[in-house]
Design a binder for this molecule. Sequence first.
Ligand code: THU
Length: 135
Amino acid sequence: MKSNLTILIGKAIAASRAAYAPYSDFPVGAILVDKEGNLYSGCNVENASYPASICAERTALVKAVSDGVRDFEAIIIATQNGGSPCGICRQMLNEFSPTMRVVCVSFEGDITIDAPLSDLLPHGFGPSDLISPPE
Ligand code: THU
């Protein structure tokens, strides 16, 4: 993935252009990479009923999972300041790929975070923490 990280960063920045963020004026783009190298894009989609909004990372995740994909290599997240993914997104990504690579970049392409999800969500609660984990 190293060789095409620059391309993926460009795609994450491009994904932010579809963001619907009239309330926060904080567009976010994400590119989720599965184990086969397939890409799923996402952007934040806000709503006049603010809590109904969804983050870019979860948009990409639900697109992938609804296509039957559950194993992920990495996610690249683009914001104006290279900000970190929110706790809800970390939790939802942790469900499927706790050690996936998380790369955060600014719209200038500067990398602010490049770390395994487990560093961003230490001791995360996952399927195996349930008394009867799903099969
Ligand atoms: N947002 C994301 O899309 N991803 C994050 O990880 C952090 C926040 C969105 C939610 C909202 O539309 C806007 O950024 C401001 O919080």
